[in-house]
Design a protein around this ligand. Structure first.
Ligand SMILES: Nc1nc2c([nH]c(=O)n2[C@H]2C[C@H](O)[C@@H](COP(=O)(O)OP(=O)(O)OP(=O)(O)O)O2)c(=O)[nH]1
Ligand SMILES: [Mg+2]
Length: 133
């Protein structure tokens, strides 16, 4: 059986106090209830950077300025393979909120918890906690 392969682009929105904006995945979605960096699927005609700008506008209302690609990885879930592109977003217009009604919060990056996120996020969350990013 071939697993379906999905490319995802997400934004790590960080403010000047080193807080990160995270949202909670919907109860009906893959990885339901986990916290995530807002983002979603890269469409056929898009670059990962274009996709994260569009997704952040749709999910959080902000216009991201110059997202910086900091890490890309592939993660094999039991039912799918995802390629995740993580972008650091430190400049934007507007104020992020849960535009699709999803729970949201700002957390100091040192207080993030790897177990609150899908397993594919472990390395990036640890790098944020340690201050490496
Ligand atoms: N947004 C996001 N998705 C993540 C993260 N970590 C992680 O494993 N994922 C996975 C969960 C999902 O399988 C996939 C994101 O897909 P999604 O369904 O939210 O994509 P989308 O926003 O385009 O949503 P949709 O309307 O097409 O359903 O990536 C993360 O930090 N942020
Ligand atoms: Mg999404």
């Amino acid at each position: 059986m071939t697993l379906k392969k999905i490319t995802i682009s997400v934004g790590i929105i960080r403010n000047s106090q080193n807080e990160i904006f995270i949202t909670q995945r919907d109860a009906s979605s893959h990885m339901a209830g986990f916290w995530e960096f807002p983002g979603g699927k890269v469409e056929a005609d898009e670059t990962p950077c274009e996709a994260v700008v569009r997704e952040l506008q749709e999910e959080t209302g902000i216009v991201a300025e110059r997202p910086v690609l900091i890490k890309s990885l592939e993660h094999i879930f039991p039912d799918r393979v995802i390629i995740l592109h993580f972008h650091l977003v430190e400049k934007w217009q507007g104020e992020p909120y849960g535009k699709e009604g999803q729970p949201m919060r700002w957390l100091p990056q040192s207080e993030l918890k790897p177990e609150d996120f899908p397993p594919a996020n472990e390395s990036i969350v640890k790098a944020l906690i340690s201050g490496e990013i």
